[in-house]
Write a protein that binds this ligand. Structure first.
Ligand code: 13P
Ligand code: SF4
Length: 310
């Protein structure tokens, strides 16, 4: 009975939100880690690369970005004529806060011949002093497209280590990391593989080097959906934020998805609820603002990535 009440409350709020989106000519974009009830009604759901591309293509007046701040900032950087709302004002990403503009300028001074590649998980200010952006879906291709022999990769050391496996270039890493992804260990995977014989382990490139060593597949979040859809196995151990399993289960009812670690939860991704989406859109709150000089420079880094059409 209690579940029924909860379900009908969710449905009511979802319907209210859909009406509001229509009324305001707004589009709702949701990252693959968002809460189930948000994924369920998103106009578009995807990984950070797909969401940046989608934000660039929409003719809606308002983009409601259900994700974390750096993602909504990327949409605002590319779309100055649209309002971009981040429903949970304090949904940040701890990895973003692990590097500053000053750190990047110091690295540039130390390695003057190196290009600076900023993972999209960076602030607008850090993107503004970088040469090009990348996401987990295109990092290897972005790095290999550069003429420089040395590449400074900020801020994720795990992504930098992963890319180093596929390039002759010298990668200079910054010691940032994603707390949830950094928790997975090869021992966790070994234990789960013993419990579920035949299970395949899918890792995100933000995972530690030795965890990636034992992965059957390494992909961005949307790459993981494709892999589990196309691969003939019963059990999959999922090495990324557990919100991703909602759509995996819906799309593959005969397959079983097991989280690689109980700590694979991103508290910031979970700060967005139907209530704060409705409130921010109704009252036009939490609109992303970026100083114009920063926006123009950061835009160049994102455009350089998108121009590669990766
Ligand atoms: P994706 O680019 O794979 O969506 O990852 C974004 C992210 O924040 C992973 O933690
Ligand atoms: Fe940041 Fe990690 Fe959360 Fe992705 S999962 S937003 S990298 S803290």
């Amino acid at each position: 009975m209690e579940t029924e009440i909860t379900d009908s409350t969710i449905k009511r709020k979802q319907n209210l939100l859909k009406e509001l989106l229509k009324e305001k000519n707004a589009i709702l974009l949701a990252h693959n880690y968002q809460r189930d009830e948000i994924q369920e009604i998103a106009d578009f759901q995807g990984d950070s690369l797909e969401l940046s591309i989608k934000a660039n293509q929409t003719d809606a007046d308002i983009i409601v970005f259900c994700g974390v701040r750096f993602m909504a900032e990327s949409a605002a950087i590319m779309n100055p004529d649209k309002k971009v709302i981040l429903p949970a004002e304090n949904a940040g990403c701890p990895m973003v806060d692990m590097i500053t503009v000053k750190d990047i300028l110091n690295m540039r001074a130390e390695y003057p011949d190196a290009a600076v590649v900023a993972y999209v998980n960076t602030s607008a200010e850090c993107k503004a002093v970088s040469d090009i952006c990348c996401t987990s879906a295109n990092a290897v291709k972005v790095i290999n497209s550069l003429p420089n022999k040395k590449v400074i990769m900020i801020p994720d050391k795990n992504l930098g280590d992963y890319v180093q496996r596929f390039t002759q270039k010298e990668i200079i890493n910054w010691p940032g990391f994603c707390p949830p992804h950094n928790r997975t260990t090869p021992a966790d995977i070994k234990k789960l593989k013993e419990k579920y014989p035949g299970a395949l382990f899918v890792a995100h490139p933000e995972s530690p080097h030795d965890t990636i060593d034992v992965a059957d597949n390494v992909s961005s979040t949307s790459g993981m959906y494709r892999y589990v859809r196309q691969t003939d196995a019963k059990y999959f151990i999922i090495g990324t934020e557990r919100g991703i399993m909602y759509k995996m289960k819906a799309e593959n009812p005969d397959k079983v998805f097991i989280s690689a670690h109980k700590g694979l939860v991103c508290p910031n991704m979970k700060k967005t609820h139907l209530d704060n989406i409705i409130d921010s859109l109704s009252n036009m709150k939490n609109i992303i603002e970026i100083p114009e000089d920063v926006r123009l420079k950061a835009r160049k880094s994102i455009e350089n990535m998108l121009a590669l059409s990766l």
